[in-house]
Design a protein around this ligand. Structure first.
Ligand SMILES: [Mg+2]
Length: 206
């Protein structure tokens, strides 16, 4: 039997150190002669981001290059934040339903998630290529589980603070890994934390 909570977890910058992963991608592009400025300008134009589209845009499609990226993707698990697995296991031990909800290109996201070796820890995984869809998915989950407490964990204000104002009953926790503040901030149905460990104490009280 599951408990009465459903946790909806974001992937990038919540469980996964996306910025460090990007540094590695940038480095591979640099070795191919693409300067940082050119990388960043072209990177920003691809939404949702997909490596193959990026290589195509810069006329860099060839197999040798893809091998470098494959090695990076295979090492995705190294980019999980140190508290990620422990937190997921904590939720499983408490018999909490866990949903992974991530925005991005399906292949690109799936490649990172698959190679992070965490797929089996989730009850369900959603990859949406429109960030706005997250709101609809929250609403659907809430509508299907009226007797449960639905809690979102995400690094973006638009997916946490703003959602609490738009959707009644839902609760949200914004995680800011770079925050200088070590204390938990709490307001009605809304929290701000620096790491997943802090969420353990919040969740037990919800
Ligand atoms: Mg995120």
């Amino acid at each position: 039997m599951k408990n009465n909570k459903i946790i909806i977890l974001d992937f990038d910058r919540t469980l996964f150190n996306t910025d460090n992963f990007l540094i590695k991608i940038k480095y591979i592009f640099k070795k191919m002669g693409i300067a940082e400025k050119k990388f960043t300008t072209s990177y920003k134009k691809i939404k949702p981001y997909n490596l193959k589209k990026h290589l195509k845009r810069l006329n860099l499609e060839n197999k040798n290059i893809l091998n470098n990226f494959n090695t990076l993707f295979k090492n995705s698990y190294r980019f999980l934040y140190p508290d990620a697995i422990d937190f997921l296991k904590f939720l499983i031990q408490k018999k909490t339903e866990i949903i992974l909800l991530t925005y991005g290109d399906k292949n690109f996201q799936n490649n990172k998630i698959e190679n992070s070796n965490i797929k089996k820890l989730f009850n369900k995984i959603y990859i949406t290529s429109k960030n706005h869809d997250k709101e609809n998915i929250y609403k659907n989950i809430l509508a299907k589980n009226k007797n449960k407490k639905v809690i979102i964990i995400d690094d973006l204000e638009e997916n946490t603070k703003d959602i609490v104002k738009k959707i009644a009953h839902i609760q949200a926790i914004k995680i800011d890994r770079n925050s200088k503040n070590n204390k938990i901030f709490s307001k009605k149905r809304y929290y701000e934390v620096k790491n997943l460990d802090q969420i353990k104490t919040i969740i037990s009280k919800l």
